[in-house]
Design a protein around this ligand. Sequence first.
Ligand code: GLC
Length: 485
Amino acid sequence: MSLKILVVSVEVAPYAKVGGLADVASSLPVELKNQGHDVKILMPGYGLAERAAPNAVESVVAPFDVKVNKFWKVRSTLKETDWNGVPVWLLNGEGLFDGIVRSEDVYTPGRDAYLYFAKAALEACEQAGWIPDVIHCNDWHTGFLPVVLRELGGEKWSQTASVYTIHNLAYQGEFGKDTLAALDLPEKLFNMHQLETYGGVNFLKSGCVFADQVNTVSPNYAEEIQTEEFGCRQWGLMRDLAKLGRLRGILNGIDVDFFNPETDEHLPSNFGLQSGLQGKARCKAELQKELGLPVQADVPMLSAVSRLSDQKGFDHMIRAAYGLLSFPAQWVILAVGDPGAAAELRKLEAEWPDRFRFVERFDAPLAQKIYAGSDIFLMPSAFEPCGLGQLIAMRYGTVPVVRRTGGLADTVREPENGFVFEHRSPRGLFDATQRAVQAYRDPQQWSQIVENGMRGDYGWESSARKYVEMYEAALASRKTAVAIG
Ligand code: GLC
């Protein structure tokens, strides 16, 4: 059965990208469309998004008003562009999103803008005369959409199911009880089974409770979040959802046409299993040149493309670096985030100018060149719902060193396609990296590991089918709910 699916996210590549969510929000819909579904992507109409749009952006309906609550009415516009055949809707409430012109500011709009967005999402569909079968929400910013759908949607929306995907349980969107009044929601919903959480209102919990199905982005993380250690104070809820058959783990894919070393236009030289790996050696030399590092083919090049936060393990990377840099190796880190970590990385660069580079900016083309030009990719994450970096790295013939957690545990296996450590410590990372460097010294062993990684299937096809199964399960439970009233 072909479904009408609205995928909602506050970041969508290439229009506005901060992290992996943006990649998922644009690549999954394309595969769903290829599998025969009628899909649209909905995102905030940031100034940034319009500028980044590779195709024309046009208004699709006349400006309309969205009544968020008794006192707040917002003049709104809905524009459309196209992403590989999937319509992308850019929804803007006057003054709420259009002023955002830098990636750094994508997460600044705040609670009321996201409440507006939840209500405006339904209104936009009505204005366009397109009522989806399923609304697919992503992360806490969209957590109130399932609530609005059920509590305020009324008859027109009674057949529409919602699903909620957790890309990162650590960010939940916690606010006060007045959140209910901000949407004119009835006070009676403020109870622990619905909108109340630890005395306040929590967007993520609200989304999970009101959605028909919930999932996270790898099977292993779906298990982990049911434990106190990884559950971020929601493990009881996660367990309950799992018991009710409402929690799944579906592994992320990547856009394998975009992340393709055979065709990637950002690379100085293309390469692949078919055409051979000589091109990868050229990418390494060019990368060393671009970074101002000595051009040396036989020195292992370590890399990380990430967000500077303890989640991503930078605390341990920095401590392990002192040991790792005493051996012949080069290291490049491309990341923005925590200023303390940035200062430490700058210090490392000053101490090891011939071995260490820290590039502190968003730079997608450089990221591709790093995936292609380095040998070993480090992801010592404290927790990792899925992780896309290790998948891209493997596709580009770069061997990941990861901590056994979340999606990293589902995708990297030592010694088949990478190196894995268990304990969260600088020592664990150091030892695993040493094992990788040792293997690098044995060309035969190394090329086997590289090849195994490059051969992996990182596309969306099978995961998109699992999403469709989840959408169908969500619709089935909706039908039952409508039937029993
Ligand atoms: C978040 C998670 C990451 C995941 C991505 C896309 O950024 O931290 O693990 O891959 O979302 O789902």
